[in-house]
Design a protein around this ligand. Structure first.
Ligand code: LLP
Length: 429
């Protein structure tokens, strides 16, 4: 755990602010997001797009990773587009004043209502996932007198090394048209023949938290080849290539992600080479990073409650949050780094299990986690919780979802208010 700052009181600081003071001011659990880290990642992607594709592309922040109005405002201000996957995300983006022409709508089972909403709000690109959706969308578009730009989601038959739940490029997937079986080509033919929509390109997303460039390169090559095949078979030239997201981040020392610039260079090299070989024009490139934009910007603060030592077995350090605010350990066994924000200088005293407060034994945040001797009242910080924590939070056991505070240059502001008990019962009849 090398990259965090500590002040003279040996407290963790986030965005120049004492994390213990944040915990006192807002209570715990608390999600803290460092705005500079988010903006720096957005800029790095944009710059790579300029550098490697001459700006002929659009970086779309995958908002499922962390979705609220403020993140859409920041993405818009940084010149990014957004990947949206539900009516709720579309609604949030629209409410934040996001330029919807720069939004890309995904999903393997978009409802009619969601598609109508996307058409009404002028979502720039809809990624069609299956034949049923192509028909439905065409009918809705005709009804609404609009002709949306669509891409086809293609499943390239690539198994990237990551958790099975977040692998999406293999043939056995609920997403997309399969390349190998000819399904994708059939989809292209049908889409080209469907005049109510305008087929502009193809999309591929092979999975998430991937640490190697090779599967991305392979996917990009297969897609360019497919675009050339579509041209050969139908005479139609596709112009958009959406390469998806999935770039891994460093949660713990076990992770060794490819730096974006290196990844962008290698993938753009592969796209150019494939285009050159096939005499195919270099397409407009879309990318959809989510985790790698917001993940490392987030830290969750908890207060330690009970510490239970079971001799010869383990020590449970229980905190006032858990699977409700971070379900990633119970879902994927995800690993994080932990520290005591109020004694950030102390070396670990041993390994513990960090447990949440839900009535469920599996409600853990980590096992065999090195930590200094924790005491009730300590502030436990979990690093790298900016992606898929708040966005996957639930109020299981009727624990309210914590607030999100954005910090930058010594200033803090609430960007999502904490849920209240009143809100928990609001929809109950
Ligand atoms: N584009 C598409 C079509 C996607 O399905 C995803 C993620 C992304 C982009 C962004 O991927 P990223 O850059 O964030 O890896 N809940 C899981 C992750 C699920 C990812 C779903 N799709 C987790 O907590 O690890």
């Amino acid at each position: 755990m090398e990259y965090y700052s500590v002040n003279g009181a040996y407290h963790l600081t986030l965005g120049g602010i004492d994390a213990v003071a944040l915990a006192e001011k807002y209570g715990t659990p608390l999600y803290v997001m460092e705005e500079d880290v988010v903006r720096a990642a957005m800029r790095a992607y944009r710059q790579s797009m300029e550098r490697f594709y001459g700006g002929n592309g659009l970086v779309c922040y995958a908002s499922k990773a962390f979705c609220c109005k403020e993140i859409y405002r920041i993405a818009a201000a940084e010149g990014l587009g957004a990947d949206v996957v539900s009516g709720g995300e579309i609604y949030t983006a629209a409410k934040a004043g996001f330029p919807m022409a720069k939004a890309v709508f995904h999903g393997n089972n978009k409802t009619r209502e969601e598609l109508r909403m996307a058409l009404a709000l002028g979502v720039g690109r809809i990624v069609v996932d299956n034949f049923e959706e192509l028909k439905t969308l065409a009918a809705l578009a005709s009804e609404n007198g609009v002709r949306p730009d669509i891409l086809l989601r293609v499943t390239p038959g690539i198994e990237a090394h990551t958790h099975k739940f977040i692998m999406t490029g293999q043939n056995d997937s609920k997403f997309g048209f399969i390349l190998e079986t000819g399904e994708a080509m059939e989809a292209a033919r049908q889409a080209i023949g469907t005049l109510a929509v305008r087929l502009t390109g193809v999309h591929v997303h092979i999975g998430s938290q991937i640490h190697e460039a090779a599967p991305f390169i392979q996917a990009a090559e297969r897609m360019v080849r497919f675009m050339a095949d579509v041209r050969a078979e139908t005479g139609y030239t596709l112009t958009d290539l959406n390469l998806g997201g999935g770039f891994g981040i460093r949660y713990t020392g076990e992770d060794d992600p490819v730096p974006y610039a290196a990844y962008m260079r290698d993938v753009s090299g592969a796209v150019r080479q494939a285009c050159g070989q096939l005499n195919f024009p270099v397409p407009f490139i879309l990318m959809e990073p989510g985790r790698s934009i917001v993940g490392e910007a987030g830290t969750t603060l908890y207060t330690v409650g009970s510490v239970k030592k079971i001799p010869g077995i383990r020590t449970y350090v229980s905190v006032d949050g858990g699977m409700g605010d971070n379900p990633r350990y119970i879902l994927y066994g995800s690993k994080y780094e932990f520290l005591l924000a109020n004694r950030a200088d102390e070396a670990p005293a041993g390994e513990v299990t960090v447990a949440g407060k839900c009535c469920e034994s599996g409600d853990l945040l980590g096992e065999n986690v090195p930590l200094p001797e924790a005491k009730p009242g300590d502030i436990l910080a979990v690093r790298c919780t900016g992606a898929y924590n708040y966005s996957m939070a639930s109020c299981y056991n009727r624990n309210p979802i914590p607030p999100v505070v954005m910090v930058r240059d010594g200033e803090d502001r609430v960007i999502v208010k904490g849920m209240t008990y009143e809100q928990i019962v609001e929809n109950d009849i």
